[in-house]
Design a protein around this ligand. Structure first.
Ligand SMILES: Nc1ncnc2c1ncn2[C@@H]1O[C@H](COP(=O)(O)OP(=O)(O)OP(=O)(O)O)[C@@H](O)[C@H]1O
Length: 611
C-alpha cells in the first residue's frame, strides 16, 4: 500500500519525470567536469606555465556551476510538482477516511493527520532530492574518472561501493531504531500535552504522582530509544568513513605508485576533487536523507494509511505504545461493583510487591452512602483512586454503572482529594468549572449549602487568590464545585479534613441529599455515623455493614469509635463555647450503644491510629 502510493506519485506524470532526469543531468555537470577541469587546469595550465589555459579550464568549471544553478531551480520546481500532488492525495485519503469513520466533527484528529501529511510530504521531497542527487553524482563521477584516468578508478569506486553497501545493510536496523525513536518522541509529546491540558484536573484529583510516573515512563522510554538509535548511527558514520574518506586515504597513500604509472599530479588533484567535492557530499546526503527522511516517510505513511506495523517499541516484550483510543463511556447509573480486586504498587519486572488491596468484593447500590474507615496507610486512598478510575486493578474489576472505572466518562464521577484545588478566578468560575450551565440560583444554593456565604460576600464577585484562602475554605469551594457537577458517583477522600465538624456534617448532608452514590473516606468517625454503611479496612481484610454491625463485628472499628468518642466527649463543651450549633455538636457527640469511651488523648482524627 505504502509503496503503491509512492510509486503512483512518481509515475503520475512520466513527462515530468523525464524532464526531471534531463535537468538532473544538467545539475550534475560540476560533478562530471569538476575533477577533469582541475586536472587539466593544473597539468596543461598552471604547472605548464600557461596560466591562461589554467584559468580557461577553471572558467569551464564556473560555467558548469552556472548551468547547475539554473538547473537546481528547475529541479526544485519539478520535485514540487511531484510532491504536492502526493500531499493532496494523502490529505484526500485522510479526510475521506475521517468522514467515512463518522468522525467528521473530530477536527483535532484531522488536524493531527494533516500534520502527519505535511511530514510525509517533506520527507518524500527530501528522499527524491538525495537519491536523485547521489545517483547522478555517482554516474557523473564514474564517467569523469574513466575519462580522466581509468587507473584511479579502482582506488575510488570500490570503497564507495563498500561504504554504500555497509549503509544499505545497516538501513533496516537504522530504520527500526529511527522509527522507535519517532514513536517514543510522539508518546512523550502526547503524554506531556495530555498532562499540560489536564493539569487543573490532575491537581484537583490529586493524581500528580500517577501522572508524573506516566510521563516519566514515556521520557525514560524515549531516552532508551535515543541511545539505541545513537548506537546504530555509529554504523552510518562507519559507512561514510569507508565510502567518502577511504578513497582519499588510498589516493594519498598510493600517490607514489600512481606517479610511477605515469599519473600526473594534476590528475591526482582532479581525482581528489571528484571525491571530496562531489562523491563525499552526495554519499553524506544519501546516508543522512535516507536514514531520517526515509524512515519518517515510512512511519507517517503507515499512520496515514493505517498499515499495521511491527511492535512499536523495543521488540515484542514492550507494551503497545499506540495511544489508547477507546472512548470514554457513559455509565448506566452509579452503582459501584468491585469483584476480586487486587492492587499492588510497584513496577512490573521487580520483585512482586505486597498487595494493598487483595480479593476485594464490594457492591454499592446507586444512592448508597458508604463510609470507608481504617488506620493510616491501610489503603483507603488507593481504594478511592481505584473507584475513581485513577488506578487500574491488577486483578478483578471495578465497575461504575456497569462500565470499568477507568473508562467511565470523566464527568460522570468525581474524586475530591485532601488537597483541594482552587484556581485564580471568581468564586462563581470556580464553582461552575464542572457545570458551566449551572444557573445563578443553583450556584447560590451551593454557596448556602456549603457555608460559603461569607466568602462570597468577602470577594464580592472579584477574583479569588487561592493563597489567601484557608485550607478549609479551599475544601469548601472544591466540595461545592463537585456538588454542582453532573457526577453521579462522588468520592470524598478525606476531603473534609480541614473543616470543623459542623461544616463537615453540613457538606456530607448536602451530598447525601443530592442523590447519586457517595463514598466517603472518613476523616472522623462522625462521617461513619452519617453513612448508611461502613466499610472497615483492616489489613487486606475488609468488613461491611451498618455502624452498629461494625461496632459488634470489628474490634478495630469498635476501637476507633472508642477513641473518637472519648475525644469528642471532651471537645463538645469547647465547641459550644466557640459558638457552633449545639445540634450539630450533639450529633457529632452522639454515642451509640456499644461504643467504648476512651480518654481524649488521641483526638478525633482517625488517622492517628496506626495499623
Ligand atoms: N504511589 C505509591 N507508590 C507506592 N506505594 C504507595 C503509593 N501510594 C500509596 N502507597 C502505599 O500504599 C499503602 C496504602 O496507601 P493509602 O494512601 O491508600 O493509605 P490510606 O489508608 O489512604 O492512608 P492515609 O489514611 O494515611 O491517607 C501505604 O502503605 C502506602 O505507603
Amino acid at each position: 500500500m505504502r509503496r503503491r502510493v509512492v510509486l503512483d506519485a512518481l509515475w503520475r506524470e512520466p513527462s515530468r519525470l523525464l524532464r526531471l532526469v534531463c535537468w538532473s543531468v544538467a545539475e550534475a555537470l560540476p560533478s562530471l567536469t569538476g575533477g577533469y577541469a582541475v586536472a587539466r587546469a593544473v597539468d596543461d595550465g598552471f604547472a605548464a606555465g600557461r596560466p591562461g589555459v589554467g584559468m580557461a579550464w577553471l572558467g569551464v568549471l564556473a560555467a558548469a556551476w552556472a548551468v547547475a544553478a539554473v538547473s537546481a531551480r528547475q529541479v526544485l520546481l519539478l520535485i514540487a510538482g511531484i510532491v504536492e500532488p502526493f500531499r493532496d492525495d494523502l490529505l484526500r485519503r485522510v479526510v475521506t477516511g475521517a468522514l467515512r469513520a463518522g468522525r467528521g466533527g473530530d477536527s483535532a484528529a484531522v488536524a493531527r493527520m494533516n500534520h502527519q501529511v505535511e511530514l510525509a510530504r517533506d520527507s518524500f521531497g527530501a528522499i527524491i532530492t538525495v537519491v536523485r542527487s547521489f545517483v547522478f553524482t555517482l554516474v557523473s563521477v564514474a564517467v569523469g574518472l574513466s575519462t580522466l584516468a581509468p587507473a584511479v578508478v579502482p582506488l575510488v569506486l570500490p570503497p564507495v561501493a563498500l561504504g554504500l553497501g555497509l549503509f544499505l545493510v545497516s538501513l533496516p536496523s537504522l530504520a527500526r531504531r529511527q522509527r522507535e525513536f519517532i514513536v517514543a518522541d510522539e508518546c512523550t509529546a502526547a503524554a506531556v500535552a495530555a498532562m499540560a491540558s489536564g493539569l487543573r484536573d490532575v491537581t484537583a484529583c490529586g493524581a500528580e504522582e500517577r501522572v508524573a510516573a506516566e510521563v516519566g515512563q514515556a521520557v525514560t522510554r524515549q531516552a532508551a530509544s535515543a541511545r539505541a538509535l545513537a548506537r546504530v548511527t555509529a554504523t552510518r558514520t562507519l559507512s561514510l568513513a569507508v565510502g567518502a574518506w577511504l578513497p582519499v586515504v588510498l589516493l594519498l597513500a598510493g600517490a607514489p605508485w600512481l606517479v610511477r604509472q605515469g599519473i600526473t599530479g594534476g590528475v591526482i588533484l582532479g581525482t581528489l576533487t571528484y571525491v571530496m567535492q562531489s562523491l563525499a557530499p552526495a554519499l553524506g546526503g544519501l546516508v543522512q536523507g535516507l536514514g531520517v527522511s526515509g524512515v519518517r516517510l515510512a512511519v507517517t505513511l503507515e499512520r496515514i494509511l493505517h498499515v499495521p506495523g511491527p511492535p512499536a517499541l523495543h521488540g515484542d516484550t514492550e507494551p503497545d505504545t499506540e495511544p489508547d483510543t477507546e472512548p470514554d463511556t457513559e455509565p448506566d447509573g452509579a452503582r459501584l461493583v468491585l469483584r476480586g480486586v487486587r492492587f499492588a504498587y510497584g513496577a512490573a519486572g521487580r520483585k512482586a510487591p505486597e498487595p494493598v488491596i487483595d480479593g476485594l468484593d464490594l457492591d454499592v447500590p446507586e444512592g448508597d452512602h458508604l463510609a470507608v474507615v481504617g488506620p493510616s496507610g491501610i489503603g483507603k486512598s488507593t481504594l478511592a483512586a481505584l473507584v475513581a478510575g485513577l488506578l487500574t486493578p491488577d486483578e478483578g474489576e471495578v465497575l461504575v454503572g456497569g462500565v470499568p472505572a477507568a473508562r467511565v466518562r470523566p464527568a460522570a464521577r468525581a474524586l475530591i482529594p485532601q488537597e483541594a484545588y482552587v484556581f485564580p478566578g471568581t468564586l462563581a468560575e470556580n464553582l461552575t468549572y464542572l457545570a458551566p450551565g449551572a444557573t445563578p440560583e443553583r450556584v447560590d444554593e451551593a454557596v448556602a449549602a456549603f457555608g460559603l456565604t461569607d466568602l462570597a460576600r468577602r470577594c464580592a464577585g472579584g477574583p479569588l487568590d487561592p493563597a489567601e484562602l484557608s485550607a478549609g475554605e479551599r475544601q469548601l469551594v472544591a466540595l461545592a464545585r463537585t456538588y454542582l457537577s453532573p457526577a453521579r458517583l462522588v468520592v470524598l477522600d478525606e476531603s473534609t479534613c480541614h473543616l470543623d465538624p459542623v461544616a463537615e456534617a453540613r457538606a456530607e448532608a448536602a451530598f447525601a441529599a443530592r442523590g447519586g452514590t457517595l463514598v466517603v473516606v472518613a476523616h472522623r468517625i462522625s462521617s461513619a455515623l452519617r453513612a448508611k454503611r461502613v466499610l472497615v479496612m483492616d489489613g487486606t481484610r475488609v468488613r461491611l455493614g451498618s455502624h452498629e454491625e461494625m461496632v459488634a463485628a470489628s474490634p478495630l472499628y469498635a476501637d476507633l469509635v472508642g477513641h473518637w468518642t472519648g475525644h469528642w466527649a471532651g471537645r463538645s463543651e469547647e465547641l459550644c463555647s466557640e459558638g457552633l450549633s449545639a445540634g450539630a455538636v450533639a450529633e457529632d457527640a452522639d454515642v451509640s450503644p456499644g461504643r467504648r469511651p476512651e480518654p481524649a488523648a488521641l483526638g478525633g482524627d482517625l488517622n492517628r491510629l496506626d495499623a
